[in-house]
Ligand binder design. Structure first.
Ligand SMILES: [Cu+2]
Length: 71
């Protein structure tokens, strides 16, 4: 697994945090941590998985996601 950090724009409340967490988990992300304050989502993803999958899931939910860093 690799740690993925995405910048997530458009979250305004804890409901948004839960929505983003849910779509990421549904896309297969693990140990998802979403911070409203930092406008950031941190999670574990399989090595071979592209970030596009998670970015698209977030965009589809109505937020804007961009890769921040991944290790
Ligand atoms: Cu909200």
């Amino acid at each position: 697994m690799k740690t993925v950090v995405l910048r997530v724009e458009g979250m305004t409340c804890e409901g948004c945090v839960r929505a983003v967490t849910r779509v990421l988990e549904r896309a297969g992300a693990q140990q998802v941590q979403v911070s409203l304050e930092d406008a950031r989502a941190v999670f574990l993803a399989p090595e071979e998985e592209t970030l596009e999958r998670y970015i698209q899931a977030i965009e589809k939910a109505g937020y804007h996601a961009t890769p921040e860093e991944h290790m």
